[in-house]
Design a protein around this ligand. Structure first.
Ligand code: NAG
Ligand code: ZN
Length: 406
């Protein structure tokens, strides 16, 4: 991606609702977010929290702070590290911005025809409809979750622009292939050297082509510097471990649904949801029907006596309702919580931005008491996590798939 030093930028700070001055058709989801152009062709939707951070930070941005308070577009020079600075600061959750450079404004991002993708109706979850659920649940293995997280957090960093950025993706590809067969695993490359990894359980014959997607991000970040250790055990090796185990359990059982199920490991989430933006944009352009997308970002920091499963309600409301009922029906031992995570907190916003039904379900929301204090630091390590409690998320993944693949 082009990020030239001291490139001229336009900070379009006009209200999103009246964004006619903004030279792009991509629309923000959150009315408080702003379009920031940080290079001749580079742009990102930035959350109000991230803009507040830029206004208040002591970091020398070589950017007139007054520019950030303007209510109209201004042109100012900014360092090319601006996007890194945003990515490295602890916004409520995730980077707080969605880089839409690769999406552009002409190839399928939400435009005047917002919500032009069909949102399917969601069922009322009922465990008695799926007698196979208990036998699948009996295969859940906390040690195996821990083993996945141990391997992924063993890379010194999985930062998407580090020299070793590709290795964890290749490892995930091999794990997905062992479970699903290599013919059912593919890479979707990005403009940087860390691909997205996608495994599919095809639908049974005569099934639908509407896909059910589960995703988590494979990259990590250390907010202090992009070269510091970034084990990212909770954020988000834990989410990848849930995906992998759900895939392993379903394929070992020879299970297939009436819809294809896809497991997405995304690259570059910490750089502004880059990998998921690429994938969601491709799906939209190809006219693919997505029944729903479920995101897991940080699931295994579980310091209370019962597992906590938090439905983040910023995105598709019907899917939040469905998910809450599903958790009550299938995981009664968990504490069901709801929260909001803020604009661009994780990869589900890439799908929401394209008009698809999507939700993130995680260990906590950003304002919760039990927010993991270690994320984005060298302290986000495997020893801080509880994989027995995180097993609730494997149940969630399997139940979600059973209910939505009918
Ligand atoms: C990591 O944890 C140690 C021990 O609790 C603490 O002293 C240190 O400040 C933490 N480091 C970071 C970067 O949060
Ligand atoms: Zn994350």
């Amino acid at each position: 991606m082009a990020r030239s030093t001291y490139a001229a930028v336009v900070l379009a700070l006009s209200l999103a609702a009246v964004c006619s001055a903004v030279p792009a058709a991509v629309r923000p989801i959150d009315a408080n977010s702003r379009l920031l152009k940080y290079g001749p062709e580079s742009q990102a939707w930035v959350s109000s929290e991230a803009l507040d951070f830029l206004r208040d930070t002591d970091i020398d941005l070589s950017l007139p702070k007054a520019a950030l308070r303007q209510q109209y577009p201004v042109i100012a020079p900014v360092p090319d590290a601006l996007i890194d600075i945003l990515g490295n600061h602890n916004s409520p959750r995730g980077p707080g911005f969605l880089d839409v450079t690769e999406i552009g404004d002409a190839d399928g991002a939400r435009t005047a025809k917002e919500n032009d993708v069909t949102i399917f109706a969601f069922p009322t979850p009922s465990k008695s409809k799926y007698p196979i659920a208990d036998s699948l649940f009996s295969q859940i293995n906390a040690n195996s979750l821990k083993s996945t997280v141990t391997t992924l957090s063993g890379y010194s960093t999985r930062y998407y622009r580090s020299s070793g950025a590709r290795a964890p993706a290749t490892w995930i590809q091999s794990q997905f292939a062992s479970a699903a067969g290599s013919a059912n695993v593919k890479l979707i490359e990005n403009s940087f050297d860390q691909p997205n990894v996608i495994a599919t359980i095809p639908a049974k014959s005569g099934g639908s082509s509407e896909v059910v997607i589960l995703g988590a991000h494979l990259d990590s970040i250390n907010q202090r510097s992009t070269t510091s250790a970034a084990p990212g055990a909770d954020d988000d090796a834990s989410g990848i471990a849930i995906l992998l185990q759900a895939l392993q359990i379903l394929t070992a059982a020879g299970w297939k649904g009436s819809r294809p199920i896809e497991f997405h490991a995304y690259a570059g989430e910490e750089g502004g949801m880059l990998g998921s933006a690429t994938v969601a944009s491709q799906y939209k352009k190809a006219g693919r029907a997505v029944r729903a997308m479920l995101n897991f970002d940080m699931v295994a920091y579980q310091p209370t006596s019962k597992p906590v499963v938090t439905v983040l309600t910023d995105t598709t409301a019907d899917l939040a309702t469905f998910s809450r009922s599903l958790i009550s029906a299938y995981i009664p031992e968990a504490t069901l919580a709801t929260n909001k995570c803020g604009y661009a907190c994780s990869d589900h916003f890439s799908w929401y931005n394209q008009g698809y039904a999507t939700i993130s379900i995680d260990e906590s929301g950003p304002s919760d008491t039990y927010l993991n204090p270690n994320y984005h630091t060298a302290n986000d390590t495997v020893d801080k996590l509880d994989f027995t409690k995180a097993s609730a998320f494997v149940k969630l993944a399997i139940a979600w798939i059973l209910e939505l693949s009918e």
